[in-house]
Write a protein that binds this ligand. Structure first.
Ligand SMILES: [Zn+2]
Ligand SMILES: [Zn+2]
Length: 126
């Protein structure tokens, strides 16, 4: 027979390895301790995020005012929406203010990096 023995070597490079494992080679379904901790942190963080957004408008009138100023500036062409300055994403980019008293000094960030920036600011303030 003349089939090439090297044919199985394409597997890992294509990222299929976990999908076409033979039935005998079960990956361990048990979560490690580290993964459990990570999952719990994620839940905690999600809950805190929810309460944050619920009271956002009421607790942050100056933030809302700054966002309104940005909306207006975009409309009249005083500001131009840009790509996320951390990853270059162009979808759902948001205007972020480090300083709400300067409503036209914005950072353009995707939702992920916008959240990241706020975590940084919270750390600095704490
Ligand atoms: Zn980003
Ligand atoms: Zn922001």
């Amino acid at each position: 027979m003349s089939f090439t023995p090297s044919i199985r070597r394409e597997g890992p490079a294509l990222g299929l390895s976990s999908l076409d494992l033979p039935a005998g080679a079960n990956p361990q379904p048990v979560l490690s301790e580290a993964e459990k901790v990570k999952a719990r942190l994620k839940r905690l963080r999600a809950r805190r995020g929810a309460s944050h957004s619920k009271n956002w408008n009421r607790e942050n009138p100056e933030k809302r005012r700054a966002q309104k100023r940005v909306e207006y500036a975009l409309k009249v062409g005083k500001l131009v929406r840009q790509a996320c300055e951390r990853c270059g994403a162009t979808q759902r980019v948001q205007a972020h203010h480090d300083d709400y008293t300067r409503p036209l000094e914005v950072m353009w960030l995707c939702p992920i990096h916008h959240g990241e920036r706020h975590r940084e600011l919270r750390c600095i303030a704490a």
